[in-house]
Design a binder for this molecule. Structure first.
Ligand code: NAD
Ligand code: MG
Length: 392
């Protein structure tokens, strides 16, 4: 039976990996409904010509005509702008891949959830910014959120049905990023290219920088707590440089179940595309004898303060995690644009949260997605002011 699917953020690292699996599946397994991208018209048009969705949407309205021209005569509908992105995401489907990066993906992912179908969630920022809203909405609409983030996908797979109530703790593995062995002194001079050179995974720019600061792991702790309904104390992190074990679940009887696999995002993506069945992937089979050893160590919160900043935000509540996310997005963007140094990223995030807390701008709980987007706007503004030297 053919599955109707939409891919939000189709031109990105997760989006193209998803389409790669679609192209390898038996003909007729998937029918494309919507493909979306932010501003790369050529890439989106190329994917649309190849995969023939009903509609292709470019998020930046300035590219409306360009996209229309690029797909003229194909019979593929085109649309542009943030509202068009939301409308396309709301089209009825069996499965949506939410692979937009950042809080820009919140509204489209929420629109897809309204459908009551499967939401494969790569866009972790949705749960970091508005976790309760997303989890409640899924429940109300009878939708299913399937985690794509490799750690959360591993844990989801390792939770024996009905045994979630017997979990003692879950463990997220971390590769440690490119600077896992660098002293702080050396980290001061990190360049954009150094930070983008991830030792294991090839990913989009924003998550690559988050992996270098370990903010990614901090965001993932928040994501895990909201997704699995666990408190911070029950979510641990272990640095595991080979990235072969992706996540572990420890039960109250001492049993620990883990999911292993080559570090290839097509494995977790495939597990959501085929769910509740399985499908083949071209991922390298795991050769344990060739690997010969797996290493584990505790994360270093002194060299990587983002871990502690994220845990503190989690304890402070929803306002703090949404503020953390937005401040981090702006700081990472500034680092990528060579405007600030690498070690300024966690510093700016911590400063922003402190200023917002002082000014009572961080509610413990949100009453809806609007609250999350308001905190997001305020935090972006504060970090931008800090960077231009104006006190918040
Ligand atoms: P990417 O930068 O490669 O791609 C992002 C996609 O989102 C692109 O299609 C881009 O056009 C679109 N986009 C960006 N800004 C947008 C905006 N303002 N409006 C609409 N669309 C916009 O990112 P990625 O690495 O594929 O990551 C996507 C998400 O998946 C992120 O939340 C990331 O944390 C998560 N994730 C990625 C990986 C990975 O291996 N890449 C692993 C785990 C989780
Ligand atoms: Mg991950």
């Amino acid at each position: 039976m053919s599955r109707r699917i939409s891919i939000l953020g189709a031109t990105g690292s997760v989006g193209t990996a998803t389409l790669d699996l679609v192209s390898r599946a038996e003909t007729g397994s998937f029918e494309l409904v919507a493909l979306t991208a932010h501003s790369n018209v050529a890439a989106l048009a190329g994917l649309a010509r190849r995969y023939r969705p009903e509609i292709a949407v470019i998020g930046d309205g300035a590219f409306a005509d360009e996209l229309k021209e690029a797909l003229a005569g194909t019979g593929i509908e085109t649309a542009a702008g943030p509202e068009a992105l939301i409308d396309a995401a709301a089209r009825p489907v069996d499965y949506t891949m939410a692979a937009i990066v950042g809080s820009a993906g919140l509204r489209p992912a929420a629109a897809a959830l309204q459908n009551g179908s499967i939401l494969a969630l790569a866009n972790k920022e949705c749960l970091v910014c508005a976790g309760d809203y997303f989890m409640d909405l899924a429940q109300q609409r009878g939708a299913r959120i399937l985690p794509v983030d490799s750690e959360h996908n591993a844990i989801f797979q390792a939770i024996y049905p009905g045994h979630d109530k017997h979990i003692r703790r879950i463990i997220l593995t971390a590769s440690g990023g490119p600077f896992r062995d660098w002293p702080v002194e050396k980290m001061k001079g990190v360049s954009r290219a150094d930070a983008l050179a991830h030792p294991v995974w090839s990913m989009g720019d924003k998550i690559s920088i988050d992996s270098a600061t370990l903010m990614n792991k901090g965001l993932e702790v928040i994501e895990a707590c909201r997704l699995f309904g666990l408190p911070s104390e029950q979510v641990d992190i272990v640095v595991h440089r080979q990235s072969v074990i992706h996540g572990l679940v420890e039960y109250i009887d001492g049993s620990v179940l883990a999911q292993l696999g080559s570090p290839d995002m097509r494995i977790p993506i495939a597990s959501t595309l085929a769910w509740p069945e399985r499908m083949e992937t071209p991922a390298q089979p795991l050769d344990l004898a060739a690997l010969s050893r797996l290493d584990f160590e505790a994360p270093d919160e002194t060299r990587f303060p983002a871990l502690r900043i994220a845990r503190d935000a989690l304890l402070a509540g929803e306002g703090a995690t949404a503020g953390l996310n937005a401040a981090n997005e702006v700081a990472v963007g500034a680092f990528l644009a060579d405007q600030i140094g690498f070690l300024d990223i966690p510093g700016l995030v911590a400063d922003c949260l402190e200023a917002m807390d002082r000014n009572a701008m961080l509610p413990k709980r949100f009453s809806g997605i609007e609250d999350a987007l308001e905190v997001d706007r305020l935090a972006r503004d504060i970090v931008a002011r800090r960077m231009s030297g104006i006190p918040a």
